[in-house]
Design a protein around this ligand. Structure first.
Ligand SMILES: Nc1ncnc2c1ncn2[C@@H]1O[C@H](COP(=O)(O)OP(=O)(O)OP(=O)(O)O)[C@@H](O)[C@H]1O
Ligand SMILES: [Mg+2]
Length: 311
């Protein structure tokens, strides 16, 4: 069953000459974790705001849990949980009070509320900080509390806009594990946005890659990676080097040049590196570094846009 259905969605902000969201379509199935991945200004937050009824689309349709985001706002709101890109906790209240306030808004009865608060605190491991004011929380703790808050009312779908923005690697990984556990234990459908390839890779089977308001690729990570190739060998060298010689190697299936880097796509790169170095030596090209890797989302992005993801 589709929990999210987006068709031909467009958003133009007043005064902008371009569409922040430009005819995008995608569906997310029940229980899925789906990521919108893209650089700054791609249109991710705008999409999330439309799906959570905070912004009206210019045209197109979007349904969440079967309800139209334009015609049935209240039903959509009851079916979803959100973590915003900007923190939105009440810092003067304790963690528990923040959760309690939220649960009351959703009309959860006192006993059920108390039980549920214990349950969500446990999932994000904040039981012992529950009665501390939020302004004494670290960035990671605040994020965990926001995560706990967004699913307290048993939503069908969660929207997490950059759930690990500004967090260190260790905390980020913990948040990922909570997101996974939440998805596992409650079967909730999750749409998240991220700049981080590793994040989408860790959490999602399927991604939509957004760039300048458009979804430029929509597929499973596996398919996207298959498209790019099995092994990539990147060579760092002077940008003026004659790189055509690498293109001519019979085991090289594809070839990209970017600044000082040439990336060659091939099978069994581990066995081919000596031959590549041999050619470089013969042609008098000084190789400054060699990197052998499996394709990342960065490569996928480069493949579709010809640009790097962080520009
Ligand atoms: N309220 C607004 N008024 C006018 N333009 C806006 C508004 N909000 C966003 N935009 C523009 O719409 C485009 C998409 O912005 P959006 O915030 O959706 O991107 P994003 O993918 O979430 O980026 P980031 O990764 O930086 O969070 C950008 O060009 C942005 O400048
Ligand atoms: Mg954003």
């Amino acid at each position: 069953m589709e929990v999210i259905e987006v068709k031909d969605l467009v958003k133009r902000y007043r005064g902008n000459g371009f569409a922040a969201v430009d005819h995008i379509s995608f569906n997310v199935e029940s229980g899925e974790i789906f990521a919108l991945l893209g650089p700054n200004g791609a249109g991710k937050t705008t999409t999330i705001k439309i799906l959570t009824t905070l912004l009206k689309p210019t045209s197109g349709t979007a349904k969440v849990a079967g309800f139209d985001v334009r015609k049935d706002k209240d039903s959509v709101r009851k079916s979803i949980g959100i973590v915003f890109q900007e923190p939105s906790l009440d810092w003067r209240l304790t963690g528990r009070e923040n959760l309690d306030f939220h649960a009351r808004i959703y009309g959860i009865e006192r006993k059920a509320r108390e039980d549920r608060i214990e349950e969500v605190l446990k999932l994000v491991e904040l039981e012992d900080k529950a009665d501390v004011a939020v302004d004494k929380y670290s960035g990671g703790m605040k994020r965990r509390l926001e995560l706990a808050r967004c699913f307290i009312h048993y939503p069908k779908a969660l929207f997490l806009d950059e759930p690990t923005l500004g967090l260190d690697t260790h905390t980020r990984r913990r948040i990922w594990d909570y997101i996974r556990e939440l998805n596992d234990s409650e079967g909730v459908t999750i749409v998240l946005t991220t700049h981080h390839m590793e994040e989408a890779d860790y959490l999602c089977a399927r991604v939509g890659i957004m760039d300048r308001g458009k979804i430029i690729a929509l597929d499973t990570l596996k398919n996207l990676k298959d498209l790019i190739g099995s092994d990539l060998v990147s060579l760092e060298m002077d940008a003026s080097s004659n790189v055509e010689v690498f293109k001519k190697l019979d085991f090289v299936n594809d070839f990209r040049k970017y600044d000082d880097f040439v990336t060659l796509k091939m099978e069994r790169g581990d066995l081919r590196i000596p031959a590549i170095m041999e050619v470089a030596k013969r042609e008098g090209i000084e190789i400054k570094s060699v990197n052998l890797r499996k394709p990342s989302l960065e490569d996928v992005f480069l493949h579709f846009t010809g640009r790097r993801i962080r520009e």
